[in-house]
Ligand binder design. Structure first.
Ligand code: SF4
Length: 303
């Protein structure tokens, strides 16, 4: 099972209603969801014992993503106090009232349309969300959905109209081109659906690894990696010393987290940390005084 692009299932996890493998004859419904770090001083982190409960989790992943298919990996290192950090963040995020909870790209699709169209809308919203605030992505998706957001409709929409509909998302001109090209490929090669592997998704124009992993999680209910390590996750992981070394980019942080973070947490961690970063662990002047992790956080002092 080491063939690149081959998905592996290491544990079983309920994917949500209607989710089934491609070709099973059943439509799969998208799942609802749920100061420079390098400038900060670091403390050494010591291995700590982990007490993990057996969970019912289905995790499919791809050899092409760097996994060798060896099954559950026991990390040689994990951050000090990370379980308590996580429990505290869950408590602080219990209201689910951060912008990401309402407006994230994964919330912008229409749940009343057929599953195949929902998946297309998930992919479109992810493409629009790159370099774009959640509110702007949500507005563009609302305008597109009002006209009927399907592969056919997009292909019949001229570029200037499509541009006016998605403006002012970041790089909107390029996105018009990518959306058209991707929609044509989906129509020709996938019957209007989206592909169900990270490798195939990343082969689509304008779709990067972060979007591909998120699309797998939201549209197909398949955890293929830590879906989206953005600047919030990158910053917080470094502040809490959740990476063995200081990381310099979100992509580096994603790889560092995947080295030790239990797979059954991969689908949860992004939304949890993004909202935490929007509300408490802000980029500038984090609200350490109100943070439940203040006593445990190596970065709390001096911020
Ligand atoms: S104590 Fe401050 S820096 Fe540390 S996690 Fe909380 S808000 Fe972020």
């Amino acid at each position: 099972m080491s063939t690149a692009g081959t998905r592996m299932v290491t544990r079983s996890w309920s994917r949500g209603p209607g989710v089934g493998p491609r070709g099973s004859g059943k439509e799969a419904a998208p799942l609802p969801r749920g100061k420079s770090a390098s400038a900060e001083g670091r403390k050494s982190n010591h291995p700590v014992k982990r007490h993990r409960k057996t969970q019912s989790l289905k995790v499919a992943y791809e050899a092409s993503d760097g996994e060798k298919g060896e099954g559950i990996k026991v990390p040689s290192w994990e951050p000090q106090d990370w379980q308590q950090h996580l429990a505290n963040i869950r408590t602080m995020r219990s209201e689910k009232d951060a912008p990401v909870d309402q407006l994230g790209a994964e919330h912008c699709y229409d749940r009343s349309v057929p599953p195949k169209v929902q998946r297309y809308q998930v992919l479109l919203s992810l493409m629009l969300s790159s370099q774009t605030k959640d509110q702007v992505t949500a507005g563009a998706m609302q305008r597109l959905r009002a006209r009927g957001l399907t592969v056919d409709n997009i292909l019949q929409t001229d570029d200037s109209t499509l541009g006016a509909l998605i403006y002012p998302v970041g790089f909107w001109r390029s996105k018009v081109k990518y959306i058209k090209q991707t929609s044509a490929i989906l129509q020709q090669n996938y019957g209007g659906d989206i592909p169900a592997s990270v490798a195939e998704l990343m082969a689509l124009p304008g779709v990067g690894p972060k979007m591909a992993h998120l699309a797998m999680a939201v549209a197909w209910g398949t955890v293929s990696g830590i879906a989206a390590v953005d600047t919030h996750v990158h910053r917080i992981a470094n502040r809490l010393r959740w990476t063995k070394k200081v990381t310099k980019s979100p992509e580096e942080t994603r790889a560092a987290l995947e080295d030790w973070l239990p797979r059954d947490l991969w689908s949860e961690i992004n939304g949890l940390l993004v909202g935490f970063g929007q509300q408490i662990c802000l980029p500038v002047r984090p609200r350490c005084q109100t943070c439940l992790n203040q006593a445990l956080c190596p970065a709390a002092e001096g911020l």
